[in-house]
Design a protein around this ligand. Sequence first.
Ligand code: SF4
Ligand code: SF4
Ligand code: SF4
Length: 275
Amino acid sequence: MKTLKKYIMPITMLLIFEAVAITLWLTLGNIFYLFNFTYIGFSISLGIFLFIRNNRYARRVTQLLVGLYMLVYLGFICNENMQIEGFWYYLFTGVFEAATIHYAVAKIFGPLIFGRGWCGYACWTAMVLDFLPYRTPQKPRKKLGWIKYVTFAVSLIFVAALFLAKVGNIERIMFWAFIIGNILYYAVGIILAFAFKDNRAFCKYICPVTVFMKPMSYFSLFRVKCDKEKCISCGKCRKVCPMNVDMTDNSRRRENGTECIMCLECKKACPKKAL
Ligand code: SF4
Ligand code: SF4
Ligand code: SF4
């Protein structure tokens, strides 16, 4: 019973993803969804399981398992554009599959439950950025968050223009948009990481997806909370946070609260187990 309680979180995640997998498989009649969400659920649960067992590579394992699967298998091999342009594309064509399902589960409704867990455990852009040397920001946060609204608008206008201009073979254009978009994301992400001495600078200022995720994660069910009885205000948690969150404040309006990527570095750093 004690062991079951200890592993309740990975078991719950596995069950949630399995429920999504079976529901989509049966409602859309496509067995791919059973395989897809079972694999992702297993990868996430494995990461949480390893974290509970204090494995230092727990999060990286999940990041690589999910990130490489989505980038290489779904993106390059299956030609599915899972970036925001792909989401707009499927939305305009009225097809509820691929990128629309991915966005609904991981980036729009999922954050109501697990916040920005996607950003901490599954994103293929951050999978690479997290290998860079500035895991904790070396400089104060900049007031450049407005850029993400520009990139969000550009992605929408780009796809809308293709439809309005009735361009032929948009599917092929989407494939190349995926390749070029990823190259751009990696290049800008790496340059910014070194310029600002912050691996997650791209996530903070440029990524258009955060326009969906930030408001939804405000209401997240799972959040890092601080036990004020145990906390000695040593500040070690804030020092290691890659996203500059004030996790010692339990209010939903805490500083950078919607930036939390659930990496749990703060929890690991706390000497009093207050988080
Ligand atoms: S903010 Fe964007 S680039 Fe960063 S981890 Fe999240 S989805 Fe990926
Ligand atoms: S260190 Fe803590 S507060 Fe900061 S992003 Fe990770 S889980 Fe969230
Ligand atoms: S590391 Fe722990 S004890 Fe120190 S400020 Fe953070 S929550 Fe409090």
